[in-house]
Each structure stands twice: as structure tokens, then as C-alpha cells.
Design a protein around this ligand. Structure first.
Ligand SMILES: Cc1cc2nc3c(=O)[nH]c(=O)nc-3n(C[C@H](O)[C@H](O)[C@H](O)COP(=O)(O)OP(=O)(O)OC[C@H]3O[C@@H](n4cnc5c(N)ncnc54)[C@H](O)[C@@H]3O)c2cc1C
Length: 401
């Protein structure tokens, strides 16, 4: 693209959800905005999100659905840009959508609808885009007023406000890099350690925590981590570990060395059920009885691991039965790790919220420099929460830059 001027009021690094929301807000306020991205197309992550249908918000989103060293930081932005605000934008563009479950809103058609919405709002607000453009360096212009110089493969640009919206490290093959964290470091801003999250677990290949023989099996259960954070949804056993929504959610909260706890019969007392069967004289093998409540491959595996033998129920002592049932509801699994950035939906950690104004996302120590979206240490659960943070933080910065 041609640029008549290389000087802008606002330059936004990153043409993802946060960057475009911020750009359109600033453009609507009459600011001259340039969005720069090294990718060839904008909104790459939006396009692959939500299985191609983009789970663009969650109607129940609130601070408790986010992990951050400061759980209060996101409240200001969320109170000023709500899921209803984004839904109003969706309706304005006549994009058909539906609630899938648990407040999660998805496009009926494809995620392309969301990218088109953001692009058309940006175009209407006069926002310019410079894509396929490698960023070489960023520096502060020494003057009384804030100002930055961005050197890139397509020229040198200056701006008063620089917004970093370069996202996290997940899915490097579609263009994720650590540029945002490097910029933070360059300006001596603290970052909270990053880790892949919403990626599920890898399990040891052998031993009591190996479950690869159940590969392909999905079960409704609850997964608890940190002894108090519980998710009830499916887990999916894979050849290498655990996936499925409940495992993805748990991986957001998990740290190396910790265990997770699975209840394979949530909401039900297995001891009341099985001891009643025993008292009635059931001669059925425990694993066959258990198969009435959970998939038989899982029932067999659990019995193998936690009962002394393959016996009919009547032959199992009350003590063994009680211990077994206790385990069914509180099964400890010790992951080897999480799957990693190649599959992670988000990056946990990032630019410390201590460094930023919760109202504007501006770096307290560096006037004119802003961080929005996933690059910030605010990470949402699975279910549309991460986009809501991208929209709300982008909107907040967009009002002031
Ligand atoms: C497979 C998958 C599915 C997901 N599904 C959902 C979902 O359904 N709902 C939900 O809420 N969240 C979902 N997420 C998470 C969500 O996509 C992100 O949290 C959100 O897109 C973050 O927005 P962002 O604008 O901060 O960053 P991004 O969307 O990652 O945008 C960052 C932009 O910066 C650019 N960039 C990066 N490095 C550089 C560099 N060095 N130079 C120039 N440009 C650079 C990138 O090319 C990119 O365009 C999903 C994520 C993945 C990976």
C-alpha cells in the first residue's frame, strides 16, 4: 500500500481482534491510525477460532473467568465494554449467531463474518493497514511529547501513541511471536512468566498416570485443579494425554508438578449405588456394573487400577469398595506437562498488569505506549472469554489514544 504520510497519530502493532477493535475506535474519534502486521492477512487467529465459527464472546463474562496476577485489573475495561456491546455490533452487521452452551456465542456461518465486521468498521473509520511487513525496531522519540519511531521492512513510521496488540505465543505457524514481550522488556516493563494454556495435558507414557489405552474416549466428568477450581464438561483421552473442554480449562490453571483430580461419576454417590447392589447380592463383576454408568473401557481400566482383583461385587470387602468409590470421585492424575504452544488456544502470563493503567492500558512508566489483548497478563477461560478481553481492552485504549 502507498502511504502519503509516514506520520500517524496512532500505530497499532498487530491486526488481530484487539488491534482492530482499538483501531476502529481511535479512527472513529478522528485519529489517523495505521495497523501494522507481519502476516499477509488480518485476523488470522479469529479465522481459526471456535472451530472456524469464532466463539466471539460469552454473555456471562466477568473477572472471575480470567487468570491474572491481579484479578481486579480487567474489571474496569469489562464494565465499559460488555458482551452486549459486541453483540450490538454483530447485530448492526446482521451476522447470524447462536448460543452453543454455557453462554458461548458463535457465528452461524463462519468466523470470516467477524473479520469482515472489524475490517469494514476500520475502513469506515479511515484506518490504514500495512500487512506482510516485518517490524525491525521500535524506539522512543526524545521530545517533550510522547512519540515513537517504528522501523520496518516497508519504511519508517512515527506516531504519538503506540499500541502493542501482537498477541501471545500460541500457534506460531500462523504468525505468533514474542514481539510484544520484547517491546515490554525494551521499555523495562515487567512480564509475568508465560506458558501455553487451554492446550490440555500430556501424560507419562507408562505407569499409573498413563491412559493412552483409552485414546479416543470422551467422558462427562469434573476436573478439579488447585483443590478448588472445578470444571464439569467432557474430557477426551488422546494417545498422548488429555484433551476435551474440561482438560483444556484445567490446563489454564495448572503448573508443572501439580496433580489434577477427576470425578468420573459427578453428581452421584457411587458408594451408595454399589453398596446397595452388593447388599442385594449382585454377582456381577464390578467392572460390568460400573459400565452401566460410564464407558466400559473406562470402567475396566479404573477397576484394574484400583480394585485388588476382577471380582463380582459381593466378594469385594466393604473397605475396598469404599476406597474404590472414594477414588472414582477423586482420581488423581499427574500430568507430565501441557501440550504446548503448537496447540494452545492462549498464552498465560504476559505484560504485568502492575505496569498498566486498567482504565486506558497505557504503560504507567512510558506515556504513549499501550498494551492490549492477549499480550497482557489477563487470560480467559475457554468459551469466548479471550475475545471479550481483546474487544474490551482494545476498546479502552481506543478511547484515549
Ligand atoms: C485455535 C484457537 C481457537 C481459539 N478460539 C477462541 C474462541 O473461539 N473464543 C475466544 O474467545 N478465544 C479463542 N481463542 C483465543 C483468541 O483467538 C485470542 O485470545 C485472541 O485472538 C487474541 O487477540 P489479540 O488481538 O490479542 O492477538 P492475535 O489475534 O493473536 O493478533 C496478534 C496479531 O499480531 C501479529 N503479530 C505477531 N507478532 C508480530 C510481529 N513480530 N510483527 C508484526 N505483527 C505481529 C499477528 O500476525 C497477529 O495478527 C482461540 C485461539 C486459538 C489459537
Amino acid at each position: 500500500m502507498e502511504h502519503s504520510h509516514s506520520n500517524f497519530d496512532v500505530i497499532i502493532l498487530g491486526g488481530g481482534g484487539a488491534g482492530m477493535m482499538c483501531g476502529m475506535q481511535a479512527g472513529q474519534r478522528g485519529r489517523k491510525v495505521l495497523i501494522m502486521d507481519h502476516a499477509k492477512k488480518i485476523g488470522g487467529k479469529i479465522l481459526i477460532s471456535g472451530g472456524g465459527r469464532c466463539n466471539f464472546t460469552n454473555i456471562g463474562a466477568s473477572a472471575q473467568n480470567y487468570v491474572s496476577e491481579n484479578s481486579h485489573f480487567c474489571k474496569s475495561a469489562f464494565s465499559r465494554y460488555t458482551p452486549e456491546d459486541f453483540i450490538a455490533l454483530i447485530k448492526k452487521h446482521r451476522i447470524p449467531f447462536h448460543e452453543k452452551k454455557l453462554g458461548q456465542l458463535f457465528c452461524d456461518r463462519t468466523a470470516q463474518d467477524i473479520v469482515k465486521l472489524l475490517k469494514s468498521e476500520c475502513d469506515d473509520a479511515g484506518v490504514q493497514f500495512l500487512l506482510d511487513c516485518k517490524i525491525d525496531s521500535i524506539s522512543k522519540i526524545e521530545s517533550d511529547r510522547p512519540g515513537f519511531e517504528i522501523k520496518s521492512a516497508k519504511g519508517t513510521f512515527t506516531c504519538q501513541s503506540l499500541v502493542v496488540a501482537t498477541g501471545g505465543l500460541s500457534i506460531p505457524k500462523i504468525g505468533a511471536t514474542g514481539l510484544g514481550y520484547q517491546i515490554a522488556k525494551q521499555f523495562k516493563l515487567t512480564c509475568v512468566a508465560t506458558a501455553p494454556a487451554l492446550d490440555g495435558f500430556t501424560l507419562p507414557p507408562q505407569g499409573p498416570h498413563a491412559w493412552s489405552d483409552l485414546s479416543g474416549l470422551a467422558v462427562d466428568c469434573t476436573v478439579t485443579c488447585k483443590s478448588s477450581i472445578t470444571f464439569r464438561e467432557n474430557i477426551l483421552f488422546t494417545h498422548a494425554g488429555l484433551s476435551g473442554p474440561a482438560a483444556l480449562q484445567a490446563s489454564l490453571h495448572w503448573h508443572p508438578g501439580e496433580s489434577i483430580w477427576v470425578d468420573f461419576l459427578p453428581g452421584r454417590s457411587s458408594f451408595a449405588w454399589l453398596s446397595h447392589q452388593k447388599r442385594a447380592g449382585s454377582r456381577t463383576l464390578a467392572r460390568n456394573l460400573l459400565s452401566e454408568a460410564i464407558p466400559s473401557r473406562l470402567a475396566q481400566k479404573l477397576c484394574e487400577l484400583a480394585l485388588p482383583g476382577d471380582d463380582p461385587l459381593v466378594r469385594i470387602s466393604d473397605r475396598d469398595l469404599e476406597a474404590f468409590c472414594e477414588k472414582l470421585h477423586h482420581w488423581e492424575i499427574r500430568p507430565a506437562g501441557t501440550v504446548g504452544y503448537s496447540k494452545a488456544e492462549v498464552t498465560r502470563g504476559g505484560v504485568s498488569t502492575d505496569e498498566l493503567s486498567s482504565k486506558t492500558m497505557e504503560a504507567k512508566k512510558v506515556p504513549g505506549l499501550y498494551f492490549i489483548g492477549e499480550v497482557v497478563d489477563v487470560t480467559g477461560w475457554l468459551g469466548g472469554y479471550n475475545f471479550q478481553w481483546a474487544w474490551a481492552s482494545g476498546w479502552a485504549a481506543g478511547q484515549v489514544i
